[in-house]
Design a protein around this ligand. Structure first.
Ligand code: DON
Length: 599
């Protein structure tokens, strides 16, 4: 197993590897000005759907035009991505959905996977107590009980306007009629993760006769599965389909039983809320670490005038932002886990006085080494066990705003690219490897070189800690009047998710980049440990050099491997033009098949 984030991204993240030869030349350039000048968002006056796949974006628009609302469109997108983006779109995974209706009311749906009842704290350790490499990542035992079908059908039932059959129609059509692959997509399907398992090899790799660019991928088994779900959504969890999944799992040595499926439930949770420079932030609560860490980062930064320090991605801004990342990630690792299994100090983490204390520990022109970072005293309880958490590598985010102003921000995942690699025989969908988001062993670094806390240890029925950060930002509201919708944001990227969303917020709100420039701006990331500033390949070399001179250990992806495209994440964003109310779509152009689709 690779030992650090960069190695992990290179070796297991389909997005990173697949983009190697195909990222547009402009994005490979080291000149940020080149990317940030003249890049215009997609404009629409009624509604907007932004996803990593053009067919999924079109599916959302199709449903909106039939009279569906943003939730119907999000459900259509969720099911469509399960067909056209099998690396992360899924029926066998889980995620989060944040809904804000046009009146300002918010709902947060937790459809994260759960550990099966037979899971146990030490299930990935050998007889000597050592982590068995790959066991939580590959194969049957890596899967948690999937939540996506429950989450999407719950959203349609409670908050949609159309029928489930209407919302699922585009996905069913895409599965049965097929869709045409781009070179990037065809290359991604050659994943070794799929080659390991016969059903996956048959469906996605034509038994070794790999799909090529321009060919059509049809998935008849998946089409049948989708039709059955459209007819009876309970089938997946309590019906014949649940039995089919359970016996497949049993035959392969997996832990998920019919009883685990029957007990799966979507949870509505209270979103995390924060404020930043006159905006209200609504974002993901635990079991995601994303929202609370985002709010802590922004609270620390609220005391700095960032544009005064320098331009977007200038060394002086990157320094201050990185120091905020470092501090918030220290708390993230030490304290967070499933809220149903832990008492989490969320109020303390969001306390503005605590943020001010952290802020005063930031040196104006040099990094604080993580090893000498001391948490300000008097704010937080003692941590359960010192240690940060870990992530893995494949997820997707989509954003929707409808003509009435309802908004949906959803991130869902199989975790690793193509999840556990296992496709359910006869049903045609891939299972997740979300169990790897748990702590396999306290104190042992994961594939990203991170160490995890006991708050995130495996237990039956527990949800693994996530970093997914679906976020909706409005102008500041009052008790008598809600704010106006301003941004819908989110991205995949494992542990880089939170820093990417934070960077997107800062680029938009502090630095005034348009939403397309925000999606495309070169990314930087720091997660406290390892004490290293990660930079995308397209990050400016002179700025990287300045940061090095300040004392940062820099890891620019291009330096690690010239063949590596050096990108992470996939921001799929919507902004509302405050003057005209027009919707502005920002699609991450690191991939060549996504789309901001509006009308
Ligand atoms: O829930 C999480 O935070 C991870 N399972 C997400 C993994 C991910 O974003 C990988 N994407 N490239």
């Amino acid at each position: 197993m690779p030992r650090n984030l960069l190695a992990a991204l290179k070796s297991t993240c389909f997005v990173t590897r697949a983009s190697a030869v195909l990222v547009p030349a402009l994005l490979m350039s080291t000149s940020m000005e080149a990317q940030q000048a003249g890049v215009e968002p997609t404009r629409a006056s009624h509604a907007m759907v932004v996803t990593i796949h053009h067919d999924a974006s079109d599916a959302g628009v199709e449903v909106l035009k039939q009279g569906g609302n943003a939730v119907d469109a999000a459900v259509a997108v969720g099911f469509a991505l399960a067909v056209v983006y099998p690396a992360a779109g899924n029926l066998g995974g889980g995620g989060f959905m944040l809904i804000r209706d046009r009146h300002g009311k918010t709902h947060f749906l937790d459809y994260r996977e759960k550990a099966p009842a037979a899971a146990s704290r030490d299930m990935y350790l050998d007889e000597h107590g050592n982590v068995i490499p790959g066991m939580s990542l590959v194969g049957y035992k890596a899967s948690g009980v999937p939540g996506s079908v429950a989450g999407l059908t719950y959203a349609q039932k409670h908050y949609g306007k159309l029928t489930l059959a209407q919302d699922m129609a585009p996905a069913i059509r895409l599965a049965s009629e097929g869709f045409v692959l781009t070179a990037q997509e065809a290359r991604a399907l050659q994943s070794k993760n799929l080659t390991r398992f016969a059903v996956s090899t048959r469906i996605f790799q034509r038994d070794g006769n790999f799909y090529q660019a321009g060919e059509t991928l049809r998935q008849p088994e998946l089409a049948e599965t989708l039709k059955r779900i459209a007819k009876d959504p309970g089938d997946f969890y309590k019906g014949a389909m649940a039995q089919q999944i359970a016996s497949f799992e049993k035959a392969g040595g997996g832990l998920i039983t019919a009883d685990d499926l029957a007990k799966y439930e979507v949870k509505e949770r209270k979103p995390i809320r924060g404020k930043y420079r006159g905006y209200d932030i609504v974002t993901a609560p635990p079991p995601s670490s994303g929202g609370i860490v985002l709010v802590e980062i922004l609270n620390i930064l609220s005391g700095f005038d960032l544009p005064k320090l320098g331009a977007d991605r200038s060394a002086s801004q990157v320094h201050i932002i990185t120091e905020a990342f470092r501090r918030a990630y220290m708390d993230r690792g030490d304290y967070l886990g499933d809220p149903d299994f832990n008492q989490l100090p969320l109020k303390q983490m969001a306390n503005l006085k605590y943020a001010a204390a952290w802020r005063s520990s930031i040196e104006p022109a040099k990094p604080t080494p993580s090893a000498s970072l001391v948490r300000p005293a008097g704010f937080m309880p003692p941590p359960p066990q010192a240690a940060p958490v870990k992530e893995s590598t494949q997820t997707t985010h989509f954003s929707v705003v409808d003509a009435e102003g309802n908004a949906v921000s959803s991130t869902y995942t199989l975790n690793g690219g193509f999840g556990s690699g296992v496709t359910v025989e006869g049903l045609g969908f891939l299972m997740n490897n979300e169990m790897d988001d748990f702590t396999s062993k306290v104190g042992v670094p994961n594939v990203y070189g991170l160490i995890q806390s006991s708050a995130n240890s495996i237990a039956p029925g527990k949800r693994p800690l996530s970093a997914m950060t679906p976020t909706i930002i409005t102008t500041h509201g009052h008790w008598y009047r809600h704010g106006k919708l301003a941004y819908v944001m989110g991205t995949p990227g494992g542990s880089t998710i939170i820093t990417t969303v934070a960077n997107d917020v800062i680029s938009a709100i502090d630095n005034g980049l348009n939403i397309q420039q925000v999606a495309d701006a070169p990314r930087f990331h720091h997660q406290y440990l390892p004490d290293r500033l990660d930079l995308e390949k397209k990050f400016s070399i002179p700025v990287a050099d300045q940061l090095k001179t300040m004392g940062y250990t820099i890891n620019r992806l291009a330096v690690a491997d010239e063949k590596n495209p050096g990108v992470w994440g996939d921001s799929e964003l919507i902004a509302v033009d405050p003057k005209t109310g027009e919707l502005l779509g920002g699609h991450d152009s690191r991939r060549d098949y996504g789309k901001a689709a509006g009308y």
